[in-house]
Every structure is written in structure tokens, then in C-alpha cells.
Ligand binder design. Structure first.
Ligand code: G3H
Ligand code: 13P
Ligand code: ZN
Length: 335
């Protein structure tokens, strides 16, 4: 039997993005695949009073099971309430989002099991097919008050199972037509970010095309824009991984000052996954190397979770500007 996300305590992205546009910050969209990641995300977002989008990718669904991930999301809502109460803090808005949905059927299945937002990624299709598929998802989703993210342009690297050698930057001249034809609620764009830890060729200057973003914003004033592939690849985590036996050479991400700049504009949602993977791996490798006698998973996953929480808190406070924004979104939702 279908369940509405509202019964589970999630919110869609509408109020989050309205405040993000008006108040010049971006909502963090963090991917999770396991318990420690979701605990760290929730703990960090409650402590910083940040709204949050919990993202489930297709890799996550294969690894952990879509139903279990949905229940973990629901558990996270309850956990957030509990921590807020204990600490005398306010509630935070939590959205459960399908990351890179590739079919209409998958979007429907997520909506029926309680997701409050879905991405339909038709960026690898022809423009006409992308419009048609996105429109079909929007029509179904809006009947359930679920918000939809579409994508125009292709990020280089691996987008779930699809990989592209080159970026195909979003064409600003297409965005108005795409948004008006599909009715999507937010638009993911390709401006030089990419998925994973190796975003730029070694020796080149990491630079995203903020000029294309400016062009897009001119044509869609106030419309919520999404940036995928926005990990910054913390060099201290890469160094720790390599110090303790890892082999990650020349991993380069998007400099945080460029993410900060984008977050102040119409970019309302910033997707970060790889940074969490790196921080977690670094801590686990460190524990394995420095405390080889440990064999209890809590003794290495616990410290990894603490390091993750610290990283998410810093992103919310220093990069995305989402810290302290939960109360105004909650107020808007209650209007
Ligand atoms: O879209 C990319 C995300 O980092 C998810 O990747 O499918 O390996 O979980 P994944
Ligand atoms: P990163 O690989 O840069 O963390 O991007 C994650 C992402 O875009 C998920 O959709
Ligand atoms: Zn992505």
C-alpha cells in the first residue's frame, strides 16, 4: 500500500528552496548508504540547525535495499526530533530524495514508498526525450505533492552507471524552454563539476564555469538550481589515506570558495558524496594502522562517524551557509 511522505515526517524541497533563494544559501544534499553515514548527517544538521536532503542513489539502493533506506530515513526523522529535544534545539526539515532516478517507474516506486523528492535524470537522452520523461514524472509527482529535479547538460565522469568522457555544459538558451515544458521544481546543471574524487586533470587549475551559471540565472531568475559533483576532495583526508596504505594520487575536487560563491547565488542544492567517503576511509585506515588490535566494528566505524559529523557541520557552517536556516524553513512550512 502506498504511503505518503507526509505521514513519515519528511518535507518536499519547496519551502527549503524558497528560503535558499531569498536568503542566499544552499541546502546540503548528502548521500547515505549505511547507518553511520545517516547518523552523522542528522547529528550534524541538528547541531547546526540546518535543513537537509538525504539522498539515495541507485548504487545505494543496490547496496542497501530501497525499502531499508526508506525506513532508515524515517528513523532519521525520529532521531532528529529526539536529539533536538535533548539539546533544547528546534526541529529541522528533512527531505528524502531519489538521486539520479533513471526511469519513470523508479520515480513512481520511490514516491509510493514515501520519498518526498525525486530526480529524473534524462540528461543522457535527446533534448526531446528528456523533456518528455521529465514531464511525465512531474505530472505523477505533483499529484502527490512531491517535488522533481530535472537535469540539462552532462557531467563528465561516472553518473551512476552512465559515464561520459567530456562535460556537455548546460546550454543557457535551453533552460527556460525545459523548465516551462516540464514543470520541474529545480534544475541540475553541468558547469564543470563531476562525480567522484578525480574531477580535474592533474596540473590543471580546478575551475567551474560560474559564467554559465550567471547566464542560466539571468534566464531563470529565482529558479532553484542544483549542483551535482560538488565534493572538494579534502587533501588532508587523501594524505591520511595514502599515509596508511592507500593509493589515491592527484585526487582533485571543486575548491570550496567556488562552492561558496555558487551557494550564494540561485544554487539551492549542493550534492556531496565523495567527501564523506574520503573522510570515512581516512579515519578507518588510520584506526586499522594505529590500533591493529581492534576488531570491533564500533571501534573504527564510531571514529569514522565522528569525523563525518565534523565535516558535515563545517560544510553547513562555512561553505553552504545552511547552518541556522532550519527555523525559517519550519516557519514557512507552518504558514
Ligand atoms: O551520483 C553519484 C553519487 O555519488 C552516488 O554514487 O551510485 O556509487 O552510490 P553511487
Ligand atoms: P560528488 O562525487 O562530488 O560528491 O557528487 C555527488 C553527487 O553529485 C551525487 O548526486
Ligand atoms: Zn550527482
Amino acid at each position: 500500500m502506498a504511503v505518503s511522505y507526509k505521514e513519515l515526517g519528511f518535507v518536499n524541497t519547496r519551502a527549503m528552496f524558497t528560503r535558499a533563494v531569498d536568503s542566499a544559501f544552499a541546502v546540503p544534499a548528502y548521500n547515505f548508504n549505511n547507518m553511520e553515514q545517516i547518523q552523522a548527517i542528522i547529528a550534524a544538521c541538528v547541531d547546526t540547525q540546518s535543513p537537509v536532503i538525504l539522498q539515495v542513489s541507485s548504487g545505494a539502493r543496490k547496496y542497501a535495499n530501497q525499502t531499508l533506506l526508506r525506513w532508515m530515513g524515517q528513523g532519521a526523522v525520529e532521531m532528529a526530533k529526539e536529539i533536538s529535544k535533548e539539546k533544547g534545539l528546534g526541529e529541522i526539515p528533512i527531505c528524502l530524495h531519489l538521486d539520479h532516478g533513471d526511469t519513470y517507474e523508479l520515480c513512481v516506486s520511490c514516491i509510493e514508498t514515501g520519498f518526498s523528492s525525486v530526480m529524473i535524470d534524462g540528461s543522457h537522452l535527446s533534448y526531446e526525450d528528456n523533456v518528455a520523461m521529465t514531464k511525465k514524472v512531474v505530472e505523477y509527482a505533483h499529484k502527490h505533492d512531491v517535488t522533481v529535479e530535472g537535469e540539462l547538460g552532462v557531467l563528465a565522469g561516472v553518473e551512476d552507471e552512465v559515464s561520459a568522457a567530456e562535460h556537455v555544459y548546460t546550454r543557457p538558451e535551453e533552460v527556460e524552454d525545459f523548465v516551462s515544458k516540464t514543470g520541474c521544481d529545480s534544475l541540475a546543471i553541468a558547469i564543470g563539476t563531476s562525480h567522484g574524487a578525480y574531477k580535474f586533470k592533474p596540473g590543471t587549475k580546478p575551475l567551474i564555469r560560474l559564467d554559465i551559471l550567471t547566464e542560466i540565472v539571468k534566464r531563470l531568475p529565482g529558479f532553484p538550481i542544483v549542483m551535482h559533483g560538488s565534493s572538494s576532495v579534502p587533501q588532508d583526508a587523501v594524505a591520511t589515506i595514502n599515509k596508511y596504505g592507500g593509493k589515491m594520487q592527484e585526487a582533485i575536487g571543486i575548491p570550496e570558495d567556488q562552492i561558496r560563491e555558487a551557494a550564494k547565488s540561485a544554487v539551492c542544492k549542493v550534492n556531496i558524496d565523495s567527501d564523506g567517503r574520503l573522510v570515512m576511509t581516512a579515519k578507518i585506515r588510520e584506526v586499522f594502522a594505529t590500533k591493529p588490535e581492534e576488531f570491533d566494528p564500533r571501534k573504527y566505524l564510531g571514529p569514522a562517524r565522528d569525523a563525518l559529523k565534523e565535516m558535515y557541520m563545517r560544510k553547513n557552517k562555512d561553505v553552504l551557509g545552511s547552518a541556522g536556516k532550519a527555523p525559517e524553513i519550519i516557519a514557512l512550512l507552518k504558514k
